[in-house]
Design a protein around this ligand. Structure first.
Ligand SMILES: [Zn+2]
Length: 464
């Protein structure tokens, strides 16, 4: 038998439920729970998938006049988040910002964000990935990177704030949670003595994300003052050099055959006082389709790894150093026929019945032994001689780890150590090495990696 109290509570609940059912549906904008305002281009199935629910459940809790045509601006209640209050907004994670920092900037508690976005592995997040957050009005706040040399208490004192405030304002368990390389925020009105507000997170830019197979990647850091920058992108070391506009630039090629996926980027800033600040981020590498060639037949020696591997390594090792002096200012076509190509970069190739495990590492210009080959940009000759696969070859160093290669020549007119200017004749086009006919194979190597020369010849990397 039920206790009188329990049965009374039950009655109250039933009455409350009946009242709720009989009330007219409140205006959607005032609905409690998690809401989402439809954007143009959204579909119900996309919204349902984003929040791990179903269209049926969405329709059950929302009155939608035409499920096939949901008007932008329609506010939907998202089932499954009845205990959450607020409107979900789609945002993207800025490049070089950790999820922790992002949560603090948007003032979204980490657990709520993990729940809204079904995040199970924060390390697998990448720049440009869309997220849903509950928007709260941003308070005027100051962004503070935590360098290696600053202890918690010293940090608070230097900011002139109460030592408990950093933990409180940033959802930290305590000041011990404040770690080097983290970024925290403090309310502007309480910070009385901001010291060197270096803000590396907002001043490091990458020219293209996602990264693409076989392309050059440019990282440009501005506002770093006299800090030194070092870093790695995947397995590649990064070399930063000062550009004329005061920024620091690192250029790195991404291998044509590198497996698409996620590539970790780490950039460390070392201040003149020796303190450091590291940025870690994961960048996505996208597959790039360059086309496929018909199968080739060549003499066996040209695909014998005993010959091809040492020759490949010789060129790679030659092009790994990154001299600090930038010698190029403008790239020009290395051939008298600047727009006539017999093959382009990146095409997958099969030799003598192999799988398509080879690729074309350069840009082939039309030419005969009567045509000159020109230096594509100012630089120093670092190789001039005969190779098996590449034939008579020249490699020019342009500084900053940028090199150009000229293969299959019939004649070489320069020697190692020569300084050459853009457009100067360095040899004659030919048909030496692994070729099916005379042409100029022109190759660009950046940080020891063969890249698509197209962007270089389109003068995308001239202005530093
Ligand atoms: Zn070629």
């Amino acid at each position: 038998m039920k206790s009188p109290l329990l049965s009374r509570m039950l009655r109250v609940l039933i009455v409350a439920a009946l009242i709720t059912l009989s009330l007219p549906r409140p205006a959607l904008a005032q609905t409690s729970g998690l809401t989402y305002a439809v954007k143009s281009g959204d579909t119900l199935s996309f919204i349902a998938a984003s929040f791990h629910t179903t269209v049926t459940r969405l329709l059950l809790v929302n009155s939608v006049p035409d499920p096939n045509n949901v008007q932008p601006g329609t506010v939907l209640v998202i089932p499954g988040f009845e205990d959450v209050q607020g409107e979900a907004i789609a945002v993207t994670l800025p490049a070089f910002e950790s999820l922790d920092t992002f949560n603090r900037r948007t003032r979204v508690p980490e657990q709520l964000m993990n729940r809204l976005d079904f995040i199970t592995n924060p390390d697998a997040l990448y720049a440009g990935q869309p997220y849903y957050v509950i928007y709260k009005e941003e308070l005027p706040q100051v962004e503070i990177p935590i360098t290696s040399g600053i202890a918690d208490f010293e940090f608070a004192v230097r900011q002139g704030v109460n030592p408990f405030l950093p933990a409180e304002f940033n959802d930290l368990n305590g000041s011990w949670d404040l770690l080097p390389n983290d970024t925290i925020f403090l309310p502007s009105d309480q910070v009385t003595s901001v010291f060197t507000p270096i803000s590396p997170l907002s001043s490091l830019n990458i020219d293209q994300t996602p990264l693409r197979q076989g392309k050059t990647t440019e990282l440009r850091a501005t506002g770093m003052g006299s800090a030194a920058l070092t870093g790695t992108l995947g397995a590649y070391p990064l070399h930063f050099f000062p550009a004329s506009d005061g920024s620091q630039v690192a250029l790195q090629g991404i291998e044509r055959m590198l497996e698409p996926g996620l590539l970790p980027l780490v950039v460390t800033l070392t201040n003149p006082d020796g303190t450091t600040f590291s940025i870690q981020h994961t960048l996505r590498l996208r597959e790039q389709d360059y086309g496929t060639d018909v199968p080739f037949q060549v003499a066996d020696e040209y695909i014998d790894p005993a010959i091809t591997t040492p020759e490949f390594n010789q060129i790679r090792d030659l092009t790994l150093p990154a001299p600090a002096e930038r010698l190029w200012d403008k790239f020009v076509a290395p051939d008298p026929y600047p727009d006539l190509f017999t093959s382009t970069f990146g095409r997958l190739r099969s030799y003598n019945g192999s799988t398509y495990s080879y690729f074309h590492a350069g840009l082939d210009f039309v030419g005969s032994p009567a045509d000159p080959a020109y230096a594509a940009a100012n630089g120093t000759v670092v190789f001039a001689g005969a190779l098996t696969v590449r034939g008579n070859a020249i490699v020019i160093s342009h500084g900053w780890g940028v090199y150009s290669g000229y293969w299959h020549l019939s004649e070489i007119d320069v020697a190692v150590g020569d300084y050459v200017e853009a457009g100067r004749k360095i040899g004659m086009v030919g048909a030496t090495g692994r070729v099916t006919g005379p042409h100029l194979h022109f190759e660009m190597l950046v940080g020891g990696v063969q890249v698509d020369p197209t962007e270089w010849l389109q003068n995308m990397y001239d202005a530093y």
